[in-house]
Design a protein around this ligand. Structure first.
Ligand code: 2HA
Ligand code: ZN
Length: 278
């Protein structure tokens, strides 16, 4: 590799296109008003090399927690205070590519975050979730946060007990138990952007890929952008159906626990324990 090597435009990289499309979709769906929402996507070095000189560090930014388990790992991340609405128009201002530094207490900006920007205010939760998910799934890659409207609304009107919340979502669309047999986790209300909310969320991520932040939004985890988007979309659709069911006067009949178990068996998934009464 000499100095004459020409690189491909980063804007054509598949992961870059996925970031632009996903932020645009989340905005279009109304789940990321203003600077709401954030995404981080774990990238392999060999995916980046054709597009970026990974030896050229633009800036180093300190962090207030130990992410040494992720040292040397690369992420494309949305920016703090940036609007998903604006990502497609100006990716370099609203997105960044970072590498977790060797000390685990800072990250290096390799591209983007132009004009002094930094990674999302929810970086502690993102990185803690990545560490937790990688510990249980070596193919894990994406953490996504958004303010999905009906899920958020349900945190005002529905029991916040995880078993109750999961059961209601499973009942609202036949697909749900197949898409998230692990159910949904719920943490207490905590100030966003803190290490404390990151730790509480990551603790849940040991067992589930969806975690609800009451009166705020939802976090999803998975192996690809499509998988995580689909996971959040499926739970949000169930919450929307729940909202309509309530508005129509409530359930007259439902998918029974036995039918939910039959679905799980048919699709070879194991439903989280303690939810179905059989
Ligand atoms: O990035 O959504 O939770 C803005 C937020 C904070
Ligand atoms: Zn948020």
């Amino acid at each position: 590799m000499g100095t004459t090597m020409t690189r491909n435009s980063l804007y054509n990289a598949p992961f870059f296109q996925e970031m632009m499309d996903t932020t645009a979709n989340l905005y279009r769906l109304g789940w990321d008003e203003r600077n709401g929402g954030n995404i981080s996507y774990l990238l392999r070095e060999d995916e980046l090399i054709p597009y970026l000189d990974v030896h050229h560090v633009l800036r180093t930014v300190p962090m207030s927690f130990d992410a040494s388990a992720l040292s040397g790992k690369y992420f494309i991340v949305t920016g703090s205070g940036k609007y998903f609405k604006n990502v497609k128009r100006d990716p370099a201002e609203n997105l960044g590519i970072i590498r977790i530094a060797n000390d685990g207490n800072s990250y290096e900006i390799l591209w983007g975050f132009e004009n002094g920007g930094v990674a999302t205010s929810e970086l502690p939760t993102h990185l803690m979730n990545h560490m937790q998910r990688l510990a249980v799934d070596k193919n894990h890659r994406v953490i996504m946060h958004c303010h999905a409207t009906h899920l958020l609304a349900m945190t005002f009107t529905h029991s916040l007990k995880e078993e109750d919340f999961t059961k209601t979502l499973w009942e609202m669309c036949t697909e749900c138990i197949v898409v998230f047999p692990d159910g949904i986790g719920v943490i207490p209300w905590i100030i966003p952007g803190t290490n404390e909310i990151g730790e509480a969320t990551a603790e849940k991520m040991k067992d589930v890929r969806l975690v609800l932040w009451p009166h705020h939004g939802v976090f999803g985890a998975g192996q690809s952008m499509d998988e995580v988007f689909g996971l959040i979309e499926t739970a949000e659709k169930a919450a929307q159906v729940y909202t309509v069911v309530c508005a129509q006067g409530g359930k007259k009949q439902t998918i029974t626990d036995q039918q939910l178990q039959d679905l799980a068996d048919a699709f070879h998934v194991v439903p989280r324990e303690g939810i179905l009464n059989l």
